[in-house]
Design a protein around this ligand. Structure first.
Ligand SMILES: [Zn+2]
Ligand SMILES: [Zn+2]
Length: 158
């Protein structure tokens, strides 16, 4: 694995002085031409086109997914590839990890500590749905009360 990664890095280095490989060049060569290693973070910064989500776009998939599948001989379809470095354009396989969607949602959520209205996502105030998303209970209570007041206003039974 480390061996494979080093080979890709050497290939990428050798391609720096060359012109863009043609579309019919093998995918790994076209991929290697589009990465730039960031000396500080170690990220393989994708310098090619990006998709609407801000990830590298490559051969009908995302560039980080391409390299992960290339190195691990394909991955299960329902697995999400998580960026441990939180850099969407990074394609360094060492910075990537295949996780379930649930685990990915949980990790993304852990970085956000408060709901959009500023209530803390602590144990008492948080409900998890089946997809792993958190919901603010205080907001839910406030929404409930709002609608309750609307019916109260008209003297209707709640
Ligand atoms: Zn990275
Ligand atoms: Zn809230």
């Amino acid at each position: 694995m480390v061996n494979q990664i080093n080979k890709i890095l050497r290939l990428s280095e050798s391609l720096k002085s060359e012109k863009e490989p043609p579309y019919f060049a093998v995918p790994i060569v076209r991929f290697a031409k589009k990465i730039e290693v960031d000396a500080l973070s170690g990220c393989w910064q994708w310098v090619g086109a990006l998709n609407s989500g801000g990830y590298g776009s490559f051969d009908g998939t995302s560039s980080h997914r391409f390299i992960y599948e290339y190195l691990y001989d394909g991955i299960l379809k329902d697995l999400h590839i998580d960026h441990l470095c939180r850099n969407k354009r990074c394609c360094n396989p060492v910075h990537l990890e295949a996780v379930t969607r649930l685990e990915n949602n949980r990790r993304a959520a852990a970085m956000i500590t408060h709901c959009p209205r500023g209530h803390c996502y602590d144990a008492e105030n948080t409900r998890f749905d089946k997809n792993g998303w958190r919901h603010c209970l205080e907001c839910r209570r406030n929404r409930r009360n709002y609608w309750k007041e609307r019916s109260d206003e008209y003297g209707l039974r709640n």
